[in-house]
Design a protein around this ligand. Sequence first.
Ligand code: ADP
Ligand code: ZN
Length: 724
Amino acid sequence: MSQIVRVALNRPIRRLFDYVAADNMPLQPGQRVSVPFGRYQATGLVVETEVTPPEGIALKPVASALENWPALPAETLDLLGWAASYYQHPLGECLFMALPPALRKGRTTEAPASEQWWAARPDADCTQLPANARRQRQLLALLKASDQGVPWGHLKERGFSRSHLNALAQRSLIHTIETPDPMTTGHRTPPTTPVLTPAQKEAARDLPGRHGFSATLLYGITGSGKTEIYLHYLHQELGTEGQALVLVPEINLTPQTVARFRNYLGDRIVVWHSSLNDRQRLDTWRRVRNGEPVILIGTRSAVLLPFTNLQAIVVDEEHDSSYKQGEGFRYSARDLAVFRAHQNRCPVILGSATPSLESLHNAAVGKYRQINLTERAGPARPPAIQLLDIRSRPLTGGLSRPATEAIRETLSAGQQVLIYINRRGYAPVLMCFDCGHIAECPNCDTRLTYHRRDRALRCHHCDYQQPAFHRCPKCKGEACEPVGQGTEQSETVLAETFPEVPVIRIDRDSTQRKGSIQNILDQVNSGEPCILVGTQMVAKGHDFPNVTLVVVVNADGGLFSVDFRAPEQMVQSLLQVSGRAGRGEKPGRVLIQTCHSDHPLLITLAKGDYLTLARQLLTERQQGALPPYRAMAIVRAEAPTMEAALAFLERVRNHLPDRTLEIWGPLPAALARKAGRHRAQLVLQSERRSHLNRALTGLCQQLEQYRQPGNLRWVVDVDPLETG
Ligand code: ADP
Ligand code: ZN
């Protein structure tokens, strides 16, 4: 008897499709299949077998199975099934996220032969070859000369053939090797065990064993050496067969980080991040799926990979907003990591110097254990933070006189300075001082940022750009001037003031080229005096021992924002950037320029005491009945007119149960028009997550059933990070 299988496709539709599988094609859930879909063949994933056939419908047959084993094991199917219903995203798109791009497109799981790497065995010797085998001798000599091995492509270019390789392989003179990881080509030292400081030892002792589920929040101040603790933990606890996952924010996954892990944990380390190519992703994916005992360091999407023997998870900088995907399948990798640990009955460690209020709340109610590490490792001490009121001070390039003096002192002591400014470009506004005209984006409700390097006005929300103007387009006056501070301007002004040292800018514009961030980090790590100017990119996780002064150009952005998360995010980034100062032997200091030096939040911040700040913020959240004391979701809509977006959300509102939900809106979004589309939102909250989830599931089914106008888009964002 043939069987009916239910298949998920990589499409944004909330339904699955049934097909008939032939007798000789035994299929299991998680297997990749090729199926007819419309006029084309599509790659699908079997989610259910032995389905009862729907009556009166002639089903199409499965064309073929792409492997005879499930690409996604049961554990991964369960994880993504749960995530799809929690985040209200179509199951098919969620499942396909666990496949590398090559497999989503239906390619084979076999590594392409052309990408095989070959190496000589250490004892291989040309004398073991017949004297007339000239090419084989040359090939062996070539391979022996390279300690990394050589890819087949290079050999082919040099005129060697497969039969040359086979001849040497048959004599056991050469063998294929794992593709060397581009992040680590270079010297490799044998693994060593980290030596912990007494405070680290105490924290490590409190970490749970690897058997059974546990969630631990490791609150460790900046520079306390949380990485050392993770390393020690994995080294001690992970069995020889086990797999582990270490999640890090994108920018922190530098070759230094990987090298540090590899020093302690050896060749089990593999990486997963956005700049791997399709083949590298497939390689890593296969090792994970085959159950090799890898320790995978990866960014957000690594949490979705098909591990088969996961024994420990670490989430570094767990507060980092890059763990939440901002579009499509809007999952939080941190939250999925906790779910996954629970599912695998293994520990998860969430580490941060500025833990999210969510995690602190979970610790307070006993869901997580909390371990505090409140000393810096080695001789380093926490930096002294000073608020610098700039209300009536003249500023040059955004910097006050005392800040400039402090920079001068630091540089002449042979140390490095970091300037934090949360805006890229030259200035956030270009204004005519005659008539007050301001350059605005024609497609978005926002001002254009002035980029002086190429004299362009750019929108940071859409792709729009235009040449900057000297003559006002409105009054034709010639008094157009940039207003406010951006990284480019600080870079220019600092380079003029301190011509004797390099000024290095780190922001999205200066790091676009592949490898550029690495060059920058190398330069800073040389320890020579320099000035770093950057956006939150510099605030994250870096360890520059010779930075002893941090200047925050303006701290006030988050104080009066409409977004309820803004104060939390502001405090986190200020403490994170402060934490870059004084990580080596020399003490660090931080100057925070502000117009509100009497603001209670900033006063507590200057004491460097994150837990007290977090407690205050949590009290405010509780009083405001906001997350983490409520479950929140936002239904967002986008349409050619604001009326259409609001009217749609008004209908949505009428479908929702108002007994179990608090509903706010519909209201225009903070950025009400983006790339020519009008945006509105409806905010939903509930005391019970299950109520919210049920209401959303019902809503999505209904919305999917009734055709919406083609030019209207809607999405549900569960546990949103951006709420403005
Ligand atoms: P965190 O992530 O907690 O801010 P890191 O893990 O980056 O801190 O460590 C800060 C610095 O202290 C690094 O330079 C690290 O090499 C050093 N360090 C941490 N632990 C130790 C230790 N046990 N012995 C020596 N140096 C350490
Ligand atoms: Zn725009």
